[in-house]
Design a protein around this ligand. Structure first.
Ligand SMILES: [Fe+2]
Length: 186
């Protein structure tokens, strides 16, 4: 089962998050090997969602508490999938920790010390979720989303939020085009 076939919205989201994550890794001057690792980890960050029942994953309304608890299993499912695929096992930490937050309020473990790649994906993942419509709420503008990430300064690495702001400012046209095309044209 591919994520593309299972839930196309999550597939498109993953491509957008991967592109943004790569751009941030570039601004942070990581070496090419690390940049590619972050790009691939971001591409697969939500792969565990293929194990989430489609009636929960594609639910148009807000999730109930129980449904949300099931949804929160996806980082662990994704990590379990990658761990058995030996050539991709090195991407496990990015997938497993992308919902952890620096103040310890994230999941699955409530970590406060989070691998750098997972911190980059966390910022880009939240930004992409905020700047795209959900059926129960409208998308925010890029700059509203950045402001929200700044307000959550205990949760997100603010150096990475600044890097994201740079990426958006220097690529505003590409970002808008990317959004219009759902992230799969460029
Ligand atoms: Fe996720």
């Amino acid at each position: 089962m591919s994520l593309r076939n299972y839930h196309y919205e999550t597939y498109k989201h993953s491509i957008r998050v991967a592109k943004l994550s790569y751009n941030i890794a570039n601004i942070m001057q990581l070496d090419i090997k690390e940049k590619i690792t972050i790009y691939k980890g971001a591409l697969l960050h939500d792969i565990g969602k293929v194990m989430i029942p489609i009636n929960i994953l594609a639910k148009p309304d807000k999730l109930t508490e129980l449904e949300y608890d099931i949804m929160k299993l996806h980082p662990k499912y994704g990590a379990d999938m990658l761990e058995v695929l030996t050539p991709l096992a090195y991407l496990t930490s990015t997938v497993l920790y992308h919902h952890e937050r620096l103040d310890g309020t994230g999941y699955p473990y409530g970590l406060k010390i989070i691998p750098f790649g997972a911190q980059i994906v966390a910022v880009c993942d939240s930004f992409d979720a905020m700047t795209n419509d959900r059926q129960y709420r409208k998308a925010k503008s890029a700059f509203e989303a950045i402001r929200d990430l700044r307000e959550c300064d205990a949760k997100y690495n603010q150096m990475l939020v600044s890097a994201l702001e740079n990426v958006i400012k220097t690529n505003t046209k590409a970002f808008e085009k990317n959004r219009e095309s759902n992230g799969i044209a460029i």
